[in-house]
Write a protein that binds this ligand. Sequence first.
Ligand code: GLV
Length: 329
Amino acid sequence: MTTNLAKPKIFVARQIFPEGLERLRAVAEVDYNDQTAPLSPSDLSIRLAHVDGALVTGSEKIDAQTLGQAARLKIVSNIAVGFNNFDIQLLTEKNIFATNTPDVLTDTTADMGFLLLMAAARRLSESEHWLRAGHWKNWSLGGMMGVDIHHSTIGIMGMGRIGQAIATRALAFGMTVIYYNRRRLPEEIETVCQARYVSKEELLKTADHVMLVMPYVPENHHFIAKKELALMKPTATLVNIARGGIVDENALIHALQHQQIFSAGLDVYEGEPNIYPGLLDVPNIVLAPHIGSATKKTRLAMMHLAIDNLLAGLNQQRPPHLINSELWK
Ligand code: GLV
């Protein structure tokens, strides 16, 4: 006896690793955009029109425009932990599962946060550029002085999984940990992280290093702007590994140029991959191209987890990381 069940149709919006494509092709009909650049919203909406599931990245906006023709879509699986590219309310209204890839990238991203903190505090980018430009003639007592990381105070804004992983790294450096979060954490977690809950204002005034790890929800747009930067110490660093729109980049440039804060480290940008005019001309900043989770092991794990989510949803099983969990009755 032969069974003749039609395979589900899947759209893969961006280039993925071959082993992921193999997994998908074994069970589904795959429309594959093998490019590293994202499609335009109108092309994306055409490709979503005739599929049951889609594998996308944080660069694909899944909203009214791109979902406009998606009559049979059941699940959109993001290869990212952040999901500000999804209109969750609309996906839920349309009965479409939305999923993401938490946990597997926590430690890799926390490492990146710490890397940017250390590089910004110790002026690593600035001194390397200076060395490469041939300016290094002598060792000098007062040359390229930074600010200390060990035994200083770190202020973590957004104390989820990644924020907590940064806190445990900070403890190994003898740092004092303070944090601000929408909700205060349970006492057990505060104890593990040896973290003290403070107001946003107290954190900005007290921290030697401010680390942004919060989700980019509308109320966090320009959460760090002129007023917040003015509260920070002139010796403080600011690191953003969350989303670009959380920091007002124009205000940040001004604060760095006028030594209102010591330095900054950014992995994310409001208009990425476009960089805000003037940011590249500021010396006391370390800039990375959104590589927080970029190790082979972690990116592979993210891809496989996103595929697990996608295939579960298509098989009418609960995806391991369902965002709009109200759809699962
Ligand atoms: C990367 O920014 C992610 O959200 O996974």
